[in-house]
Write a protein that binds this ligand. Structure first.
Ligand code: SAM
Length: 193
C-alpha cells in the first residue's frame, strides 16, 4: 500500500536513511524544544551513537533531559544551553565532516513563550556550520513554519540560502503540503560529496 508522509515523518525518514549504515552515527538536534526530535534521534543512533543538541531556553533543556532520562537514553546525548549559531564553540572539532544528520525544527517552543523564536540570521549561520560539518551522504532537515510573525521572512532567508548551495556538493529539495497551509514545509539538504 502506498502511504504518503507528513513533513515531520519525511524528515525522520531521511534521517533514518542517513544513519542506518553508520557504526557510530553522530547527529545534531539544532532546536531541542520539547525534545521529541531528540528522543527520536537518541533512539535511532543506538548504543554507539551520539546526539548533540542546542536550545536557547532553559525550559527546553530541562524538558528534553527529563524526556531522555525517562527513556534511559540521556547518556547518548549532550545538550547545550546555547544558540545553534555558536556550533563551532560547542561541538568538538573531532566531529568535523563526521556529522551524519542535523534536524532543525524552526519557530517557537509549543505551549511556551511565542516571542522566543528562531531568527533568520542565526538560523542561516547554523545552517552554514551544519553544511560544513556534514559527512558525505549526510542529511540536514529543516522544518519551516509560516504561522508566526517572522515565519515568512525566515522561509525566504532559509530557502534563499539553501538554493545557493553549490549543486555539485549538495542536493537540495523543498516540499510543501498544498492543502494544509498551517503544516510546515521541509527542506532537505544532502551532501553528495
Ligand atoms: N524539535 C522540537 C521538538 O521536537 O519539540 C521543536 C523545536 S521548537 C519548534 C523551536 C525551538 O528553537 C524552541 O525551543 C526555541 O527555543 C529554539 N530556538 C530559538 N532560537 C534558537 C537558536 N538560536 N538556537 C537553538 N535553538 C533555538
Amino acid at each position: 500500500m502506498i502511504k504518503t508522509l507528513s513533513t515531520l515523518q519525511s524528515a525522520k525518514y531521511y534521517v533514518k536513511q542517513a544513519i542506518q549504515e553508520q557504526n557510530h552515527p553522530i547527529v545534531v538536534d539544532a532546536t531541542l524544544g520539547n525534545g521529541y526530535d531528540t528522543l527520536f534521534l537518541a533512539q535511532e543512533v543506538g548504543t554507539q551513537g551520539k546526539v548533540f543538541g542546542f536550545d536557547i531556553q532553559s525550559l527546553a533543556i530541562e524538558t528534553t533531559s527529563q524526556r531522555l532520562q525517562q527513556e534511559g537514553l540521556l547518556e547518548r546525548v549532550v545538550l547545550f544551553h546555547a544558540g545553534h549559531e555558536h556550533w563551532e564553540a560547542f561541538i568538538p572539532h573531532e566531529y568535523k565532516s563526521k556529522i551524519n544528520a542535523v534536524m532543525f525544527n524552526l519557530g517557537y517552543l509549543p505551549h511556551s513563550d511565542e516571542t522566543i523564536i528562531t531568527r533568520p540570521e542565526t538560523t542561516i549561520q547554523a545552517m552554514g556550520h551544519a553544511c560544513q560539518w556534514l559527512a558525505p551522504r549526510g542529511i540536514i532537515t529543516i522544518a519551516l513554519y509560516v504561522g508566526h510573525e517572522e515565519g515568512q521572512a525566515e522561509v525566504d532567508h532559509v530557502t534563499s540560502f539553501a538554493s545557493q548551495l553549490p549543486a555539485k556538493q549538495f542536493q537540495v529539495t523543498w516540499t510543501q503540503m498544498l492543502n494544509r497551509t498551517s503544516a510546515p514545509s521541509l527542506i532537505v539538504i544532502e551532501k553528495i560529496k
